[in-house]
Design a protein around this ligand. Structure first.
Ligand code: FES
Length: 139
């Protein structure tokens, strides 16, 4: 009984996975299923919190060591794409000087992901805006 329930759950999950891949592509799926840099950071050097027009709120935390961003993390109460975009924003920030991080745009985030459907493009711009908000505390 529980064995068939497990099989049903697995099949259902596989269907969801395939739908995500079909709609958003492999890169988004990979990051959606394995979101990196999620979570709050204790005593960050920089912190940004932005609520987008969609009503979702994103936070980005940055740690600066020497001249470089050594760590970054995010939270979001928004859609799956907001988590995926915030994850990319964190990745693009780590290992860079704050001046270079300031150059990270929504377009760059979307490019890393191979683009997003039109309805979700704004999630990338929210991530870039939140990253800049976090940076503004550092400089
Ligand atoms: Fe609000 Fe994606 S719908 S960030």
């Amino acid at each position: 009984m529980s064995h068939s329930l497990d099989e049903f759950a697995d099949r259902l999950q596989e269907e969801v996975n395939q739908e995500v891949i079909q709609k958003y592509g492999e890169r988004v799926y990979e990051r959606w299923s394995n979101p990196r840099f999620g979570g709050r950071m204790e005593s960050p050097t920089g912190y940004g919190r932005v609520t987008g027009n969609c009503g979702d709120t994103m936070e980005i935390f940055l740690r600066l060591e020497g001249e470089l961003v050594s760590d970054a993390s995010f939270t979001t109460d928004g859609c799956g794409c907001s988590a995926v975009c915030a994850s990319v924003a964190c990745e693009l920030a780590i290992g860079k000087e704050p001046e270079k991080v300031a150059d990270v745009t929504g377009e760059m985030i979307l490019q890393v992901l191979g683009g997003l459907p039109e309805d979700d493009v704004h999630c990338g711009f929210l991530a870039a805006k939140t990253l800049r908000a976090a940076l503004s505390e550092i400089s």
